[in-house]
Structure formats: C-alpha cells, structure tokens
Ligand binder design. Sequence first.
Ligand code: DQA
Length: 138
Amino acid sequence: MKKLIIINGPNLNLLGKREPNIYGSLTFTEFLEEITAKYPDIDIAYFQSNIEGELIDKLHEVGFSYDGVILNAAAYTHTSVGIGDAVSAIETPVIEVHISNTYSREEFRHRSYISANAKGVILGFGLQSYELAIQSFL
Ligand code: DQA
C-alpha cells in the first residue's frame, strides 16, 4: 500500500472558518474523511503545525520512508529557506500544493522557497489541489 502524507502549515487548522471566500467552507477534517473514503488503497497520513521547526522535523521523519509528501507550507512557502532546504534534503518526492492561486494574489505570495525543490506544484484548485496531488502518485 502506498504511504502518503499531507503536511499543512500555519493557519490551515482554521480551514472552514478562515476567509471562506478564498479557502472555502469545508474543514480539513471533513475533506480528509471524503478523500480517505475515496482512495481506500492509499494510506494517507495527516500533519498540521503552525510552527516552522515542527514542519521541518516532520519532513525529516517521513522523508526517507514514505512514498510521497503533499506539502502546503502556507505562509512559510514565501519565507522559509529552512523548509525549502528540508524538501531538497529528503528523498521522498514532495508535491507543493496551494488552495488559492497565489499568483493572482499579492506580490509577496509569488515567491516560493519550496517550488525549485518540489517534484511539482499544484495550485488554485481549492481543496481539489490536494486530490490532484494524490492522483499524481497513483
Ligand atoms: C496558501 C497560500 C499562502 O499564500 C497563504 O499564506 C496560506 C494558504 C494556499 O493554500 O492558498 O496560508 O498556501
């Protein structure tokens, strides 16, 4: 069985209540229930943290044994050399995802420290961005 993990960065624990016009009104727990039911043949783990170092620790922990990482580093995407370095340090392929189309938003969201080290980038499809990333590992 393929083993994937979704890693979500800061403020994504508030999905469902946070700016629903941008991020939608579904909670991530509801979304995960749907997705795990839809893909019973994949083991999909989930981790969320608002703390940069915890995200780096999790990448190190899974990055030599899992088949894939789906990473939405949220605001740290645009600031964190440390998370970018962790993505290039590990062996497991990482797909960078974003719910919103960051290129249609403020200039500071156009820079990503993850993209150059990721296997691919999927953004702008709402929560479906995560599902498209899952499908890319099938
Ligand atoms: C986000 C986009 C980021 O710019 C923002 O800081 C987020 C969420 C997205 O999924 O659209 O927190 O990563």
